[in-house]
Design a protein around this ligand. Structure first.
Ligand SMILES: Cc1cc2nc3c(=O)[nH]c(=O)nc-3n(C[C@H](O)[C@H](O)[C@H](O)COP(=O)(O)OP(=O)(O)OC[C@H]3O[C@@H](n4cnc5c(N)ncnc54)[C@H](O)[C@@H]3O)c2cc1C
Length: 410
């Protein structure tokens, strides 16, 4: 059964998907990161074909648009897809984070209404957790949703929202009862990103791209069925989403053709005549070994998660390992390039430079390296827990985030 599926995936991909550049390709194509940044309409068209061919939502239940297959098919597909540049980046957040959260915490109507269109790429999703005063400590968030009849009115600001500029829906955390301690009195909602009162402003980063945004909610009226899970129990749903986020980011398979991957840097070293240098060879060998171990650990965790065995703090290990691998790859790239690291003369070098600038983001997105180390220390190594002195105080009596007392703000 899995063999048939694998064979079907192999021939569909060969006929339909853009192949990653192989190590025999000429150096010019090595780092063209721009190739994967195809337009949204093109990504939606490809995602729909991928879905119709039966290769999206492989393990999700059939009644919610999934294929209802097993882990084995998902693994077989991922292995085959590794050789291709699938232009599906716009759907990674929805299918990796809000999707599994709705599957686990949402009601029947939400699962039927939102999940099939999410899988087919007809509706794109983003995740609206971080705020200017609430990042690592998300529970300090101040966006509010106030009940009005059978709906809620949402106000506040979110920041660093990846993909908000082209999203149709978002999973947003908002405070629904400020008289409760900070982890309580939070709810998770589905927000229509095209609703009146939603303003999205892209934030441009050092690479020249605008991957994320600040999002403002001014009296946005939420739909009556917008609540995911229970009112004031949104932290439970947030934990589910954060767990899925760590797994999604940490186990994301690095494209072999990505500019900081071993294959690309090795090819670049050949082209620049640096492959004979003992130091460069040692660094490349070490990069290869690290890349393989992160890949294998990611595969193990992904397989466990798909089999329903949640990795717990191992999700933090893989998230941290992936971020550290990126950091190490930048050092190797600097050794391969020598002085050229600061002065691009070709597309492949420029792609490496852009990737180097983007790497620190990987140590922040989905929880910073320090936060992952805290989790590993507390939950795996048994180190002392953060005392959390503000855990039991009503939120409206705290001065967290950008919140100030009435006296201070007057
Ligand atoms: C590329 C990228 C994409 C992102 N996409 C999204 C998105 O789609 N949706 C979304 O909601 N958010 C998104 N984020 C935001 C991300 O989740 C936050 O930036 C992250 O959680 C850190 O929060 P912060 O930026 O407020 O930093 P802060 O929490 O203010 O942290 C500042 C520094 O203090 C350290 N620190 C904080 N608390 C502790 C502690 N207890 N112990 C030790 N050190 C600590 C941190 O490690 C960090 O170095 C994205 C971020 C990036 C970089």
């Amino acid at each position: 059964m899995t063999d048939d599926f694998r064979e079907r995936a192999r021939s569909w991909l060969a006929a339909n998907a853009p192949r990653r550049s192989s190590s025999e390709d000429d150096a010019e194509s090595a780092g063209s990161a721009e190739r994967v940044r195809t337009g949204i309409a093109e990504q939606q068209e490809f995602q729909a074909r991928l879905y119709d061919a039966g290769f999206v939502g492989i393990t999700w239940p059939k009644e919610y648009g999934g294929q209802g297959l097993t882990n084995a098919e998902q693994i077989a597909f991922s292995a085959e897809a590794r050789e291709y540049e699938l232009p599906v980046g716009a759907f990674v957040i929805g299918i990796g984070m809000p999707g599994p959260t709705i599957l686990e915490c949402g009601n029947e109507q939400q699962k039927k209404r939102y999940l099939p269109k999410m899988l087919r790429g007809e509706e794109i999703w983003c995740q609206l957790f971080s705020e200017p005063g609430a990042g690592s400590d998300v529970a300090s968030l101040q966006a509010s949703a106030v009940r009005d009849g059978d709906t809620w009115v949402l106000n506040g600001q979110k920041v660093w929202t990846s993909g908000a500029q082209y999203s149709d829906f978002g999973a947003v955390l908002a405070r629904t009862d400020p008289a409760q301690p900070k982890h309580k009195g939070i709810s998770m909602f589905i927000v229509d990103m095209h609703a009146p009162g939603v303003t999205v402003r892209p934030l441009r980063v050092a690479t020249g791209h605008a991957p994320f945004n600040e999002v403002f909610f001014d009296n946005v009226r939420l739909a009556p069925d917008a609540l995911i899970g229970e009112e004031n129990r949104g932290w439970d749903a947030a934990v589910v989403m954060l767990r899925n986020e760590r797994i999604a980011i940490g186990t994301m398979t690095q494209p072999r053709s990505s500019p900081l991957a071993y294959d690309s840097l090795r090819k670049l070293a050949d082209r620049l005549g640096r492959a004979g240098d003992q130091g460069v060879r040692r660094e490349l060998a070490s990069l290869y070994a690290r890349e393989q171990s992160v890949h294998l650990l990611g595969q193990l965790i992904r397989e466990d998660a798909m089999a329903g065995r949640f990795p717990g703090p191992r999700g933090s290990v893989i998230k941290l390992a992936g971020a550290e691998l990126g950091r190490y790859a930048t050092q190797v790239a600097a050794d391969v390039l020598g002085p050229q690291v600061a002065a691009a003369d070709s597309d492949d070098v420029r792609a490496v430079q852009i990737s180097i600038v983007a790497v620190p983001g990987g140590a922040i997105a989905g929880g910073t390296n320090e936060i992952q180390r805290n989790i590993i220390g507390e939950r795996m190594l048994g180190l002392a827990k953060d005392p959390g002195v503000d855990r039991n105080t009503p939120f409206n009596q705290l001065r967290v985030g950008t919140q100030r007392s009435a006296k201070e703000s007057s």
